[in-house]
Ligand binder design. Structure first.
Ligand code: XMP
Length: 319
């Protein structure tokens, strides 16, 4: 009989057998995957684990605080909080190509991670929350030729560079299974149910050039959209929802004045594993109310569109 409880016990034994009394470092992103990996490994080897949370300045509103509070204060997992937003945002200035963005972020992430991991000293292992779909999707399109759609942001290349061995306890799980494992580990439902968030963060929700101003507008619009979704009781029906800020400003009218502000796109999809997805069929009332709230509450946006592309042919993220 296969149960998540048995899977957890087995995974813990495997981690102990692999790691022995070695030290492990783990990059926390605030997403469900790396969080579940960290809590599982912590349960297996306690303080032999140290987590590094790299804040690249591309997180959502209040996200860094939430992650640090949860892991450091609630779980007592040793955690290094590396606030490196200036480093990342300066490096991304003038960069508009999606793959260059991804590679810039991935490269810097490795440098920063390596720098902070060095503070721990003597780590032999690197833990990652790699899932089964991550393993396949960055390699090939199923059934087709081997093509990279997007270079997934992970700490690829890091193990060799640092002479570290990989610990990947979630490697044969799909997202829904990772959530079940997280529940088994006692992570709060509010956290387990969180929508996935990509490693490159808001950078890939800001097509074209990124700026601190645009990121700030995006954060606020995104928070309103998610608030709307929660208020209408839709959060758990949706796989992922976010706002993308578009690289275009359009003319509008507010009161008796002209506005010339950014347009944004709402994105919400249902999915089982992120490999395919359908756009979420919001009611027109919901969409209208959300557009009104975003335009009224977020300075810098005067037009809201809804992205009705499914995957394929679209991808979930815009870049
Ligand atoms: P796409 O946009 O490829 O996204 O349809 C599929 C799922 O993967 C997430 N995603 C990422 N997750 N690092 C991650 O950890 C990445 O570089 C990355 N790119 C996309 C995306 O949010 C969606 O859940």
């Amino acid at each position: 009989d296969w149960t998540m409880g048995a899977y957890k016990a087995e995974a813990i034994e495997k981690i102990r057998a692999q790691v022995g009394d070695g030290k492990v470092i783990c990059g926390l992103s605030g997403g469900v995957d790396s969080s579940v990996a960290a809590v599982l490994i912590h349960e297996a080897i306690g303080d032999q684990l140290t987590c590094v949370f790299v804040d690249h300045g591309l997180l959502r509103l209040n996200e860094a605080d939430e992650v640090v509070t949860m892991f450091r204060d609630h779980y007592n997992i040793p955690l290094i909080h590396a606030d490196e937003s200036d480093l990342f945002l300066d490096a991304l200035e003038g960069v508009s190509d999606p793959e260059v963005k991804r590679k810039t972020i991935g490269g810097l992430f490795i440098d920063v991670f390596q720098k902070h991991a060095g503070e721990i000293g003597g780590a032999e292992f690197l833990a990652q929350g790699t899932l089964y779909p991550d393993v396949i999707e960055s390699v090939s399109v199923s059934g087709g030729p081997s093509v990279t759609i997007k270079s997934h942001h992970n700490v690829g290349g890091l193990p060799e560079k640092m002479g570290l061995k990989l610990v990947e306890p979630l490697r044969d799980l799909f997202k829904d299974e990772v959530r079940a494992l997280g529940r088994e580990l006692g992570l709060p439902d509010s956290f387990i149910g969180r929508h996935p968030f990509p490693g490159p963060g808001l950078a890939i929700r800001c097509p074209g050039e990124i700026s601190r101003d645009k990121l700030e507008i995006l954060r606020r619009a995104d928070a309103v959209f998610i608030d709307q979704i929660r208020k209408h009781g839709l959060y758990d029906e949706i796989w992922q929802a976010y706002v993308a800020i578009l690289p275009v400003r359009t003319v509008g009218v507010m009161g008796d004045g002209r506005t010339y502000d950014y347009a944004c796109a709402l994105r919400a999809v249902t999915s089982v594993d992120g490999m395919t997805a359908d756009f979420y069929p919001f009611s027109h009332d919901f969409l209208g109310e959300t557009a009104t709230r975003i335009i009224n509450e977020v300075t810098g946006i005067n037009r809201v569109t809804y992205d009705i592309t499914s995957k394929p042919p679209g991808t979930i993220e815009w870049e």
